[in-house]
Design a binder for this molecule. Structure first.
Ligand code: OSB
Ligand code: MG
Length: 373
């Protein structure tokens, strides 16, 4: 046993910029580049990688890359350094006095966890309780300029083996694209939609028209803080409602389920403050018989590896947005995740099971900063 515990030596914050293979349009904006913050957490036991999923602009949630960097630099890393023995299971508690900034918290916990698991020789999948060796993969398809372009895109993804298609929707791009995809690809295609909070309860009759298309789920139709609105909407549409943005913690998940606001939950570790809280949400949902699936935030291979590990847990009974690296990037910073018969393998190496390739990382790095503990 270690007597003095694990010491945090410092954290390297690395800002990266990666071009997307093509623009990704959602109801809140169009993204052409992936901007992210990577954390190399260095402890007395070794090092680990964390990926912060905040975006350049606060459009999906209130978080954004520069704010994540600031709060890590100013508060989170100093607090963790001051806390003594650094353990992944205690990171959330150490950072709990600070409100919000869950994506930054998640990234720091992920880096500490990766370092710790490397030292113990345990994979993240095993640590979290994954029961699958590979996970079924879906893909999130952006809003397109025309139905023809959309059908073309979906055709390519289906040909690549994706087992489920998620269409981004917004007012003016909802019933028509869903109908077109359903008609073209038939009733067997697993199909769902994601509104990213673009509607209001006044749109209930419009959203109920989606009931005709046998969708797996309708993701986050209403604003993040409108949980009761989702419960009301659930009485007006037959398609199961799934929450993404609204579920910021295990408590929020329990509340939403109790209120009848969702029948399915999208779990994203960054949105909820880390992979350990993500597992608690999985457990809460499992206890209520609520299926979950793993969401995505356009992660590099680092976050993708962690997401695939999470998706290996037993309650992840629906395909996730765990697409292959080439869905977004021509070249990833790790060995790419490549779909095999619609699935991705849960990494088996210690920690994340992947590390950045030095040359690739250097190519996409905009700046680095060392935060000494
Ligand atoms: O709502 O699921 C979302 C990407 C960025 C921000 C929000 C969302 C998304 C996606 C998933 O749709 C994209 C992916 O596969 O990573
Ligand atoms: Mg979503």
């Amino acid at each position: 046993m270690r007597t003095n515990g694990t010491k945090l030596e410092g954290v390297e914050l690395r800002r990266i910029e990666m071009p997307l293979v093509f623009p990704f349009r959602t109801s809140f904006g169009t993204q052409t580049t992936k901007s992210a913050l990577l954390l190399r957490v260095v402890t007395s036991e070794g090092e680990g990688w964390g990926e912060c999923v905040s975006s350049a602009h606060p459009l999906y949630s209130s978080e954004y890359v520069d704010a994540s960097a600031d709060v890590l630099r100013r508060f989170f890393v100093p607090a963790l350094a001051a806390g003594g023995d650094v353990r992944a299971s205690a990171v959330a508690t150490t950072l709990a006095p600070f409100h919000g900034h869950r994506m930054a918290k998640a990234a720091l916990e992920m880096g500490v966890l990766d370092a710790e698991l490397h030292a113990r020789g345990v994979s993240l999948g095993d640590e979290l309780g994954a029961v699958r060796e590979r996970v079924a993969c879906g893909v999130s398809v952006g809003i397109m300029d025309s139905i023809d372009v959309l059908i073309d895109q979906v055709e390519q993804y289906v040909a690549q083996g994706y087992v489920r298609i998620k269409l981004k929707i917004e007012p003016g791009w909802d019933v028509a694209p869903v109908r077109a995809v359903r008609e073209r690809f038939g009733d067997d295609l697993l199909l769902q939609v994601d509104a990213n909070a673009a509607y209001t309860l006044a749109d209930a009759r419009l959203l109920a028209r989606l009931d005709d298309f046998d969708l797996l789920l309708l993701e986050q139709p209403l604003p993040e803080d409108d949980v009761l609105g989702h419960a009301d909407l659930a009485k007006l549409v037959r398609t199961p409602i799934c929450l993404d943005e609204s579920i910021v913690s295990a408590r929020a998940a329990a509340d939403a389920i109790r209120l009848g606001a969702c029948r399915i939950v999208n779990i994203k570790a960054g949105r909820v403050g880390g992979y350990l809280e993500a597992r608690r949400i999985h457990d809460v949902c499992a206890a209520h018989g609520v299926p979950v699936w793993c969401g995505g935030m356009i992660e590099t291979g680092l976050g993708r590896a962690a997401n695939v590990a999470l998706a290996g847990l037993p309650g992840f009974s629906l395909p996730g947005d765990t697409s292959g690296s080439d869905r977004f990037f021509a070249t990833d910073i790790t060995e790419p995740f490549v779909l095999d018969d619609g699935h991705l393998p849960v990494p088996t190496g210690p920690g994340l099971g992947v590390t950045p390739i030095a040359d690739r990382l250097a190519e996409v790095t905009a700046s680095t900063e060392w935060l000494a503990a």
